[in-house]
Design a protein around this ligand. Structure first.
Ligand SMILES: [Zn+2]
Length: 370
């Protein structure tokens, strides 16, 4: 299998994020992608390829040009405004209740602030997504990784893995957040739909609901979004990801959310995967985009499922058994010691190769993680 990878992600070298008001070491760090790259190289069955540049147009097809402009200029603007920090994290966001009672006309007159703190709140979702000097270049490269994987699959490859970092599925049309800046999977799906004229399905198996992907395709009939995730009543992104969110307009019935409880086991998870794949193969078309996260793993510090490495081999095998070509894009996964093995298991499942997992330090298998 070909694996698209760029060293540009190393420039997004965040060190801290804010959780419940406290500065903590960042979870979404460069080591994540490097561990996966190293494991796939050691396996010997994968070929690393560099991405090619795809320009702004595929990004602007999915994202608000204002968000693109903000992310492109934020770092230099921070320097110009003399903000003496190594990373920018806003603290004030436009809660919709701030505008309650205002007419649509009055809301249309709301505008992006001029200072960086205000602009970052205007476009941002949360305090867990700092940007640093190399963030924009890394985020652009992650899009190119995704679009190069699309090129390879449309060019005849059966399955290609885009090792995207930063991830993308929390980024909405006009919002960054959840460690995500541009929505790599949404940009890939839109490019496939545009290029082929076919319908496209997105299978999101990150632990978290891909609120950004859902928002982008909410009213579109040509892209079906199916997500298995921790129930938002207890987990980020909290405000979206419920089963009654099914899409509207042309997108009515094209959005399927499958939230799961804490402690979800391999067997229960496989049941959800089967249900998701039934919804995927109902859609005509030849390509599935997979938003792949390993924060479903039993030891993940952000997730609360109890999945094991061998389960990932099964899921990869089942997704490939749909017969669809796969553009597999990396999203989350924060238990660093297991990331390489989990990715290797998934991809070997897709490739139809057996898998003998190496033991992961500290993991006894199954169980709920605090
Ligand atoms: Zn996640």
């Amino acid at each position: 299998m070909q694996v698209v990878y760029s060293t540009a992600h190393l420039g997004h070298d965040v060190t801290h994020e804010t959780v419940s008001g406290e500065s903590v070491p960042a979870y979404e760090v460069a080591e994540r992608a490097e561990r996966i790259r190293a494991a796939l190289e050691a396996d010997g069955g994968f070929e690393l390829v560099a991405p090619t540049a795809h320009g702004d147009d595929p990004i602007r097809a999915v994202h608000d040009p204002g968000l693109v402009a903000f992310l492109e200029t934020a770092w230099s603007e921070m320097r110009r405004q003399g903000v003496p920090r190594l990373a920018m994290i806003p603290d004030t966001y436009p809660n919709p209740a701030m505008f309650e009672g205002m007419s649509e006309d009055a809301r249309d007159r709301l505008r992006e602030p001029e200072t960086l703190a205000g602009r970052a709140g205007w476009w941002g979702l949360d305090t867990s997504t700092p940007f640093v000097a190399g963030t924009y270049v890394a985020a652009r490269a992650a899009v190119d990784v995704a679009l190069t994987a699309v090129d390879l699959v449309l060019g005849g490859q059966r399955s290609v893995y885009g090792l995207c970092r930063p991830p993308g599925h929390h980024a909405a049309r006009s919002m960054y957040g959840g460690y995500c800046f541009f929505n790599n999977a949404a940009i890939a799906a839109d490019a496939i739909a545009t290029t082929t004229g076919e319908r496209v399905a997105i299978l999101d198996v990150d632990f978290h609901h891909g609120n950004g992907t859902q928002q982008i395709f909410w009213r579109r009939g040509d892209v079906r979004y199916v997500s298995i995730h921790g129930d938002p009543t207890r987990q980020y992104p909290y405000f979206l990801g419920h089963p009654d969110e099914v899409g509207e307009g042309d997108g009515n019935g094209e959005n399927l959310n499958l939230p799961l409880p804490a402690g979800t086991t391999n067997a229960a998870y496989l049941g959800a995967v089967e249900r998701a794949l039934e919804a995927i193969v109902e859609v005509p078309g030849s390509v599935v985009v997979v938003s792949l996260g390993f924060d479903t793993y039993g030891l993940d510090p952000l997730g609360d499922f109890a999945l094991t490495t061998d389960l990932y081999h099964d899921v990869g095998r089942l997704v490939a058994a749909t017969g669809r070509r796969l553009v597999i894009l990396q999203e989350g996964g924060y238990h660093r010691p297991s990331l390489g093995e989990n990715a290797r298991a998934w991809m070997r499942g897709v490739d139809g190769r057996p898998f003998d997992p190496l033991p992961v330090a500290g993991f006894t298998g199954g169980g709920t993680v605090a």
